[in-house]
Ligand binder design. Structure first.
Ligand SMILES: [Zn+2]
Length: 91
């Protein structure tokens, strides 16, 4: 005869951990705004900081570029690619 006892666990506690540390993020400032420059296809060194080695454009969240300049940047990078200042995405 098996005597099975079911242990009832009542009152599931949800421990609320208050006061969690928020990751202190560095406030990124758009480099174009900071330097008061605009993305320029004639300045490939400037653009190169915003693309990967493979030539992919880094997202604005990583570089901290503001939306306005990110748009301009993509345009300029594309121009720079056509003019062979920057590589196309290599596979
Ligand atoms: Zn900006």
């Amino acid at each position: 005869m098996a005597d099975e006892k079911e242990t009832m666990v009542e009152g599931s506690f949800r421990d609320k951990k208050m006061g969690g540390k928020r990751q202190s993020f560095k406030k990124k400032v758009c480099k174009f705004c900071a330097q008061k420059t605009e993305p320029d296809y004639k300045n490939p060194e400037q653009l190169r900081r915003c693309v990967t080695e493979r030539g992919k454009i880094l997202p604005a969240r990583i570089t901290g570029t503001c939306a306005k300049h990110q748009r301009a940047l993509t345009q300029e990078v594309k121009r720079a690619r056509v003019l062979a200042y920057l590589p196309f995405d290599r596979k």
